[in-house]
Design a binder for this molecule. Structure first.
Ligand code: A3P
Length: 308
């Protein structure tokens, strides 16, 4: 495990943690990250755990809030930050101490999940989003963060803020040189675990479907979770978690999610739109992206391919 610097073509860099070829956000923990990964791997999974998985910038915080409301049966914002059960950096003892049913939230790929997942088969929610919008959102996140010196939230964390240009970030994204590595590999690894474990209950939530008909998606999620909330509550949850309401509700508290501190104008709730990538990609970048997409994800068994 080491802290490595990823450099773009002009020498602008991001700091990430690297372990056995996998890249992670540069969090500072009281134990080594390798030890933390081992702890997560050995974690005792409960049958009623809900494993909440998403590649960064897929709508994690939005869907976590929705899931939490569904599990509590009412449209009431959580008092907790969504990283309360985050496998990526919350100490195992604290995860063990959470009362059931727990939402175990993570950006990890399946290979870093607790080993018991495939035997105990907890319900899994996988949030997916169009990768071009993810790339744009990711760029805005890494350039919107304060660097370590200005980070007043948690000085222990060497931040992975980035000062480079969009076009160079896009190259890094396509090469998987970003925290949590390649989005393409992430999707492929989920497709593989679903193919190899067809009885693992995985519910896929698409960011775009949530934007189109949030109440319907909340209903589907509730049904997957075995919740008995009615259509009225589903509507209320969808409404409470709409972009502007959630942004307002989280302002000043949960906007510091994951201890990120933002430059002026930056923040977790940025635009919340579908298809914003069209304002960022030029034709050549679009072709470049499609080539990588088609090469890396030509065949998926369980996850639908996105229309590029
Ligand atoms: P944009 O940067 O495109 O605006 P994550 O939580 O995984 O980091 O994802 C962040 C993305 O989800 C951001 O996308 C953010 O604006 C968007 N988002 C957060 N809450 C949302 C909501 N209620 N509705 C739509 N998008 C939301």
């Amino acid at each position: 495990m080491s802290l490595v610097t990823l450099q773009d073509k002009e020498g602008h860099s991001m700091k990430v943690l690297s372990s056995n070829g996998h890249l992670f956000h540069s969090v500072a923990l009281p134990i080594s990250y390798d030890e933390h990964l081992e702890n997560v791997s050995d974690l005792e999974v409960r049958h009623d755990d809900v494993l909440f998985c998403a590649y960064p910038k897929s709508g994690t915080h939005w869907l976590w809030e929705v899931t939490n409301m569904v599990m509590n049966g009412r449209a009431e914002y959580s008092k907790d930050r969504n990283d309360v059960g985050m496998l990526d950096f919350i100490h195992r003892d604290n995860i063990d101490g959470l009362s059931s049913p727990r939402i175990l939230n993570t950006h990890f790929r399946p290979c870093h999940l607790p080993e018991q997942v495939v035997d105990k088969k907890p319900k899994v929610i996988l949030v997916v989003r169009h990768p071009k919008d993810i790339a744009v959102s990711y760029y805005n996140m890494v350039t919107g963060k304060k660097d370590a010196a200005n980070n007043t939230v948690d000085k222990l964390k060497p931040q992975d803020s980035y000062e480079g240009k969009w076009k160079h970030f896009l190259d890094m994204f396509l090469e998987g040189k970003v925290p949590y590595g390649s989005w393409f590999d992430y999707i492929e690894s989920w497709d593989t675990i679903m193919r190899e474990n067809p009885d693992l209950p995985v519910h896929i939530v698409k960011f775009e479907d949530m934007k189109k008909d949030p109440a319907e998606q909340v209903k589907k999620l509730a049904s997957f979770l075995g919740s008995d909330i009615g259509p009225q509550t589903c509507e209320e949850i969808a409404d409470a978690c709409s972009f502007h309401k959630l942004k307002k509700a989280c302002h000043g508290t949960k906007d510091m999610l994951c201890a990120i501190s933002w430059k002026a104008g930056g923040g977790l709730f940025r635009k919340g739109k579908v298809g914003e990538w069209k304002n960022w990609f030029d034709d050549a970048q679009n072709d470049q992206f499609d080539r990588v997409y088609n090469k890396k994800l030509s065949q998926l068994s369980y996850l639908n391919r996105y229309q590029m």
